[in-house]
Design a protein around this ligand. Structure first.
Ligand SMILES: [Zn+2]
Length: 456
């Protein structure tokens, strides 16, 4: 295969050519209510060629049949010939790499029988169903996948990577009269089958949360000091801030360019934010991105000041900055675009008890349940939340929606916890029509003053 790929690249007439081939095996088991809803394995195989003619633009060819790569390279070249980029496209220089990155699985899920995977999902489903008579519906999923990706380009890069993923999802719906509440928990990572064993507690938590929410009162709308748990803080920094750091967006959007000026103050001195694809064992780990650029730690906010952003080779060249290793594609059907890897608020110094002890009336918001962002405005629903009264965690409340302006919210972060945690949630990030891309999110608890909470 290597020989065919290199021969096809050698014949290319473009200024730059890249071939990415992928073979992905995946398995999924879904229980809904008392029924097995879906079970099966899929093998997906294909490739993409991307060609660049500097004064014209990119040409792309995608395919499922991996024969005759030279012809696919020619197709991409023909597309590039008729492209009409408004300005010449340059790629920032990246050292060619020749390497293999195998998956290192303790127990390879490809060697586990479908029956065992089924009984695992069934067990988590039964844990939820057995929790309470008020649980009226459940959804339990086991899934795994392993992608083998070969990336080669005309500059000498040849990288073979195995990307594993294993996940469980447990969702429960509880009912009391016409009061219906739901909760879900997930756990996922680039690991073997061993990772998703013994997750009864996760299923139990989803069921318990849904039932507890039945007796929670809706939160009273207003402006509160809010403490976010690490999961919600991670989602917040990814959604509300991280996407604005993606340079393809910044470059194309004049409003974003105005907002994202390096050196601009975004928060107090205690706020540090980074994106890092080089940490192994996380959902967004990208030792080499889909252009062959090595992942690294990219500081985005340091001491409260905007200091960096995320790049592909093209955006780095356009903006005269360093490549950051953030060109990622969800699969072989798409060219890479600028994406986050593992994005985090760096650990701070404040213990949780310290953070809440001076709050007379506030909210402790946990877990995210969807949200929206539009440039600097965001709104998020927390999965569940509690009131904070006189420095103590008090009763559970529901329907907590945090809304606000990114800049004033970041500025209002006045305490950062010392309990940093990476989230290992399933699902992923969406951009354009590339969804779900596995990403990592991390944060400690954070406290934000003056947050507008929607509610009754
Ligand atoms: Zn996202």
């Amino acid at each position: 295969m290597r020989q065919q790929i290199q021969e096809a690249l050698r014949l290319s007439k473009a200024d730059y050519t890249e071939i990415r081939l992928e073979e992905k095996e995946s398995t999924r088991v879904v229980f809904q209510g008392k029924d097995l809803e879906n079970i099966g394995s899929v093998l997906d195989k294909g490739g993409i060629v991307r060609s660049l003619i500097k004064n014209k633009g990119w040409g792309v060819a995608t395919f499922n049949n991996l024969e005759d790569l030279a012809n696919k390279v020619e197709q991409a070249y023909q597309c590039a010939l008729v492209a009409s980029s408004p300005e010449p496209i340059e790629l920032v220089e990246v050292e060619p790499v020749d390497t293999t990155i195998p998956a290192n699985l303790e127990r390879d899920f490809r060697d586990v029988s479908l029956a065992e995977k089924k009984s695992l999902a069934e067990r988590y489903n039964e844990v939820m169903r057995g929790y309470s008579e008020r649980i009226i519906d459940t959804y339990a999923v086991y899934s795994d996948s392993l992608s083998r990706v070969i990336l080669a380009n005309s500059q000498g890069t040849y990288i073979e990577t195995e990307r594993p993923s294993v996940a469980v999802v447990a969702a429960a719906i509880a009912r009391d009269g016409d009061n219906i509440q739901q909760a879900y928990e997930t756990d996922a990572g680039p690991f073997g089958f061993e990772y998703v064993l013994e997750k009864d507690e996760l299923a139990l938590k989803a069921a318990r949360q849904a039932v507890d929410l039945l007796s929670a009162r809706p939160v009273k709308g207003g402006v509160y000091p809010v403490v976010l748990d690490p999961l919600l803080a991670g989602v917040f920094i990814h959604e509300a801030f991280g996407h604005l750091s993606e340079s393809d967006f910044v470059y194309e959007n004049p409003k974003a360019q105005e907002m994202m000026v390096l050196g601009r103050r975004f928060g107090k001195d205690l706020l540090h934010v980074y994106d890092d694809g080089s940490i192994s064992g996380l959902r967004g780990t990208t030792l080499y991105d889909d252009e062959g650029t090595p992942g690294r730690r990219n500081w985005l906010i340091k001491d409260g000041v905007l200091v960096g952003r995320l790049h592909s080779r093209e955006t780095a060249a356009k903006m005269g900055e360093q490549p950051s290793g953030n060109a990622r594609a969800i699969n072989y059907r798409f060219p890479p675009i600028v994406r986050m890897t593992n994005t985090a608020i760096d650990n701070g110094a404040t213990p949780f008890e310290e953070m809440i002890k001076d709050i007379k009336l506030g909210i402790y918001a946990c877990d995210a349940y969807g949200g929206q962002t539009q440039l600097e405005n965001f709104s998020f629903s927390s999965g569940y939340a509690y009131m904070i009264r006189d420095g103590q965690i008090a009763e559970m409340v529901k329907d907590v929606i945090l809304a606000g302006n990114l800049f004033s919210t970041l500025e209002n972060i006045d305490a950062i916890g010392n309990d940093f945690k990476w989230a290992f949630t399933s699902g992923g990030c969406g951009k354009g029509n590339q969804y779900p891309l596995p990403v990592g999110m991390g944060a400690p608890h954070i406290r934000i003053q003056n947050v507008t909470i929607g509610g009754e």
